[in-house]
Design a binder for this molecule. Structure first.
Ligand code: ATP
Ligand code: MG
Length: 428
C-alpha cells in the first residue's frame, strides 16, 4: 500500500519561559516542600490555596499600576464573559482577597502559607522564568516588630535547614506612608536635576512613581542612584525606633543582616520592614526570598485596616542553589523488584505486588514480559534490596523465589520457592 504523505508536523514544545520539571528534579522539589511544611507546621501556620486566575483589578489595585509586574509582566486576557482575567503574578494579593472575602480577618490575626505557580511575562534566563513557583508566608493582623522578626526568622531557618550557606539578609525600612511622602519630594527634586542621565524607563516613572526608580535594574541608573538621598534620612522617630527593635530582635536570634538603604522591592505595597535574602552563588538573579510589611494593602483592597507582613521564596532559584551544592539527583529506588514472566505468573505477580504495597513496601513490578535474565539485570540496576522471581511453576503453587540482591551468593546457593504467606510474614 502506498504510504500517505504525512504533513510534516512542527515539534510541539512548551512555551518560552515555561519549564517542565522532570523526575530528576521533582524529588528535590518534594524535599523542599516537605521541609517547608514542617517549618510552617511548627509555627502553627495554616495553608491557604487560592485560584491561579483572578480579576485583573486585584493586581492593578494591589500591586500598583506603575510597577513592572502590572505595567509589563501580567498574563491578562478577556474570558468568554468579557471579564478581564489575569494569571496570578504573585500570591499576596490573592491571600488578602480571600481573607477579606471569607471574613477571616474578623476571627483575629491570621498566619497563612501558600505555594504554587506564578506567571510573569519576563525575559527568561537562569533563575527567571515566565511560569515560576513560590512558597510564601503571610501574617495578617500583626503590627508588633516581633512579628517582623518571627516572619524573617522562619525564612532564614528554613533556608539554613535546607543546607544553604552563603546567605545574606538585606534589610531596609521604607518607613510609614508619611515618611515616604516627604522622601518622595526630596528624591524627585534630586532626580529632576539629573533627568538627562536617567534611562527612558526611569524617566517615565519620574512623576508617576519616583521610588520605583530605586528598583531599576539599569546599570547606569544604579550607579547614579548611589549618590541619591536615601529613605533612612527621612524616617520619623517612630519609624526609626520600630526599625531598631527589628534589628535588635534579629541580633538576639543571631541572624546576621546587611543594611541596604536602596532596597525598595518590586511591588508598591510595602512599608517599614523590607528585606531580601540573597545568595552569592546565584549570579545576577541573586534573590531567593523577598518580603516586607504591607500595612495599607488590605485596606486598599477593600478590607478593614489591618497591618501585615510576608515573604515569598522563589522555588526555581532555591532548587538551583541546592543542586549546585549537591549535583547528584535522587533517583527513586524500589525496595523490592518483581521479576515475572508467564501466563499464570504475570497476574499472580500483580497480586503479590499489591499485597506488599498494602504492607507499606516500595515495589517495582517488571511489566515487560521479557526474558528472566533481562529482568534480573534490570532488578540489579534498580538498586532494590530484594528481587522476587515468579514463573508459572511458582505461581501455580502460590509461591515466589526471594533473592537478596545485596549479598554475594555462594556458588551452590539456590533460592528455594517459598509460599506467599511465608513471604508476607517476613515482610510484615
Ligand atoms: P526580582 O527582582 O528578582 O525580579 P522580584 O522583586 O520581582 O524579584 P518578588 O515579586 O518579591 O520578586 O518575588 C519573590 C521571589 O520570587 C524572588 O525573590 C525570586 O526568588 C522569585 N521570582 C520572582 N520572579 C521570578 C521569575 N520570573 N522567575 C523565577 N523566580 C522569580
Ligand atoms: Mg521582578
Amino acid at each position: 500500500m502506498p504510504q500517505a504523505n504525512k504533513p510534516s508536523l512542527e515539534k510541539l514544545q512548551a512555551l518560552r519561559g515555561m519549564a517542565d520539571l522532570l523526575p530528576s528534579q521533582t524529588s528535590l522539589w518534594q524535599q523542599i516542600e516537605v521541609k517547608a511544611r514542617e517549618h510552617f507546621h511548627r509555627s502553627v501556620i495554616s495553608e491557604l490555596r487560592t485560584p491561579l486566575l483572578e480579576q485583573t483589578q486585584l493586581f492593578s489595585r494591589g500591586i500598583g499600576e506603575a510597577t513592572d509586574v502590572v505595567g509589563k509582566e501580567m498574563y491578562s486576557f478577556l474570558d468568554k464573559g468579557d471579564r478581564s482575567c489575569t494569571l496570578r503574578p504573585e500570591g499576596t494579593a490573592s491571600v488578602v482577597r480571600a481573607s477579606i472575602q471569607h471574613g477571616l480577618l474578623k476571627q483575629g490575626p491570621q498566619r497563612f502559607w501558600y505555594s504554587g505557580p506564578m506567571f510573569r511575562y519576563e525575559r527568561p534566563q537562569a533563575g527567571r522564568q515566565r511560569q515560576f513557583h513560590q512558597i510564601g508566608l503571610e501574617y495578617l493582623g500583626f503590627n508588633n516588630p516581633c512579628s517582623d522578626i518571627e516572619v524573617i526568622s522562619i525564612a532564614w531557618d528554613l533556608l539554613e535547614d535546607l543546607g544553604l550557606t552563603d546567605l545574606t539578609l538585606e534589610l531596609n525600612s521604607l518607613g510609614s506612608n508619611e515618611d515616604r511622602v516627604t522622601y518622595r519630594e526630596a528624591l524627585l527634586s534630586w532626580l529632576e536635576e539629573r533627568k538627562n542621565d536617567l534611562d527612558p524607563d526611569s524617566l517615565n516613572r519620574l512623576y508617576t512613581n519616583p521610588l520605583r526608580i530605586l528598583d531599576s535594574k539599569v546599570k547606569s541608573t544604579q550607579t547614579l542612584l548611589r549618590e541619591a538621598p536615601t529613605l533612612s534620612e527621612y524616617l520619623s522617630a517612630d519609624s526609626i525606633n520600630r526599625f531598631e527593635r527589628v534589628k535588635t530582635g534579629l541580633e538576639a536570634l543571631e541572624i546576621p543582616y546587611t543594611l541596604n538603604p536602596r532596597l525598595v522591592r518590586g511591588l508598591d505595597y510595602y512599608s517599614h520592614t523590607a528585606f531580601e535574602i540573597t545568595s552569592s552563588q546565584l549570579g545576577s538573579q541573586s534573590t531567593v526570598c523577598g518580603g516586607g510589611r504591607y500595612d495599607k494593602l488590605i485596606e486598599q483592597l477593600g478590607g478593614p485596616s489591618t497591618p501585615a507582613i510576608g515573604w515569598a521564596i522563589g522555588m526555581e532559584r532555591l532548587a538551583l542553589l541546592l543542586t549546585q551544592n549537591n549535583p547528584v539527583p535522587n533517583k527513586s529506588i524500589p525496595e523490592i523488584y518483581i521479576v515475572n514472566r508467564g501466563v499464570t505468573a504475570e497476574p499472580f505477580a500483580i497480586v503479590v505486588g499489591r499485597l506488599l504495597r498494602q504492607s507499606n513496601h516500595k515495589v517495582e513490578l517488571d511489566l515487560s514480559g521479557s526474558a528472566f535474565s533481562k529482568q534480573l539485570k534490570r532488578a540489579d540496576r534498580s538498586g532494590a534490596r530484594w528481587a522476587l522471581l515468579i514463573g508459572d511453576n511458582e505461581a501455580e503453587e502460590e509461591k515466589v523465589i526471594l533473592k537478596d540482591l545485596k549479598t554475594i551468593p555462594s556458588k551452590d546457593s539456590q533460592e528455594e520457592p517459598i509460599k506467599l504467606e511465608i513471604l508476607m510474614r517476613q515482610f510484615n
